[in-house]
Design a protein around this ligand. Structure first.
Ligand code: SF4
Length: 438
């Protein structure tokens, strides 16, 4: 049995591509494991969204190459697209497959079987992957070896070129999967028993194919499926139209929305080349709240963007407080090579960037516990991800991590959807099953 270890850095899209690669390995020949275990080969899916992401990927690959000199290391993803030389220099057992060539990994199981399956095991450096047509959707996740929700990639790349972002460089222009193929894959995932499908991409708000956009695509998926709930990866503020809000009212759409807001200062949003100002964020959040009762709305915020004054930061902090997001994903600005912001000034001192990040993270903790407390004595639907003899645990449709008491045979409930009532929210949400006391 050949053991293949997987590690993913970055976003849900990268996770979905790791799921797709892992699902290629037939169980009779391969054992798919996480990369913290010994393996004959490793696939590391990298991210380049911040300088720190590049450094973490390099450190991870360097350590693995040192501790596992006899194993093959396949390094792919966005950092592999833009930092290939630095990564391949980390060990002779490192093979870099840039993001644009990720579909070549379709041939990986056969290559590994030949290289590692036979009596004459080949030395890691000699493994060569077959060429393959560049197809952003060739790798289709058939469920996940690592989690209970299934990812459905519908879009890739980006045409927006925000001033701080390297993603268009790493993933190219925006491309969308044909709606009929999206539906076929959604039905396949539901048919495999997945009770949650995460619609993902780099920027699903820019989905466009066969003359339709995201709202119409979601309607087709909801009309063509019947049981799985649908979670969305992220929504650009300017894409939250009345039409989208209308389809989000569907009961199988999860009450969880992730909005890359980035700043509360109109001056900074303009410098970031974002396509909206703060009032549009307020509108978008208002529409999302109109589509679901108290949805979980997460916001991405960048602090310390070049030129950001104390007043600009205050506007960001005030907007986050005013809109009571359920959590904040906070990124201290890091200049990315090849982006417009890399040559923008004046730079905000690193000390100040991290002070501002800490202030928003403190606010985020307060907002998160306030949001959880909002749900005490209210009902949610939990996708069970695990259980032991007494309790089960999982994630609710509105993205709360919940421990469930009272479920019959909790250790057998993995992958099921259960309706429960949240009974406490101090130090994490606890719920009881059944909802009502008999
Ligand atoms: S929308 Fe902007 S931030 Fe998002 S991936 Fe595209 S360029 Fe990057």
């Amino acid at each position: 049995m050949i053991r293949v270890g997987f590690h993913t850095f970055g976003c849900k899209l990268n996770q979905s591509e790791t799921d797709a690669i892992a699902s290629l390995f037939p169980a009779e020949l391969f054992s798919v494991v996480t990369a913290d275990q010994d393996a004959d080969a490793y696939v590391i899916n990298t991210c380049t969204v911040t300088t720190r992401a590049d450094h973490k990927a390099r450190a991870y690959v360097r350590a693995l190459a040192r501790t596992h000199p006899g194993s093959l290391l396949i390094v792919t993803g966005c950092s592999a697209q833009l930092e290939a030389d630095a990564l391949s220099a980390l060990g002779e057992n490192v093979t870099v497959v840039p993001q644009a060539e990720k579909s070549r990994l379709l041939g990986l199981p056969r290559v590994l079987a030949e290289a590692l399956g036979g009596a004459a095991r080949r030395r890691p450096g000699e493994v060569v992957l077959p060429e393959a047509p560049a197809d952003a959707f060739a790798l289709a996740a058939r469920g996940s070896a690592f989690r209970d929700r299934a990812h459905l990639k519908v879009q890739d790349g980006c045409d927006s070129w925000c001033a701080y972002c390297r993603v268009p460089q790493a993933r190219g222009p925006s491309v969308s999967l044909r709606p009929d193929e999206v539906l076929r894959r959604a039905i396949e995932l539901e048919g495999q028993g997945h009770r949650e499908i995460v619609v993902t991409g780099v920027n699903i708000s820019s989905y466009r194919a066969a003359g339709i956009g995201l709202p119409a695509l979601l309607r087709r998926v909801l009309d063509g499926t019947s049981r799985a709930r649908v979670r969305l990866s992220s929504l650009e503020p300017e894409s939250v139209t009345e039409d989208l809000a209308e389809v989000l009212r569907h009961p199988r759409i999860c009450a969880h929305f992730h909005v890359p807001v980035q700043s509360g200062s109109d001056r900074i949003l303009a410098r970031m080349r974002r396509r909206y100002l703060s009032d549009r964020v307020r509108d978008a959040v208002g529409r999302l709240r109109g589509s679901k009762r108290d949805p979980f709305i997460a916001a991405d915020l960048i602090v310390g963007f070049p030129g950001e004054s104390a007043e600009d930061f205050e506007e960001t902090r005030r907007l986050a407080e005013e809109l009571s997001f359920a959590t904040l994903h906070v990124f201290p600005f890091s200049p990315r090579p090849g982006t417009a912001a890399a040559s923008l000034g004046p730079a905000v001192p690193e000390r100040v960037r991290f002070e501002r990040a800490r202030a928003l993270l403190r606010l985020s903790r307060d907002l998160a516990s306030a949001y959880a407390r909002l749900w005490v004595e209210r009902d949610v639907q939990v996708l069970v991800e695990g259980g032991d003899a007494s309790t089960a645990w999982g994630v609710s449709d509105n993205y709360l991590k919940v421990t469930v008491d009272g479920l019959p045979r909790p250790q057998e409930a993995r992958g099921t959807l259960v309706d429960v009532r949240i009974v406490s929210a101090d130090g994490g949400c606890r719920a009881r099953f059944p909802r009502s006391r008999t």
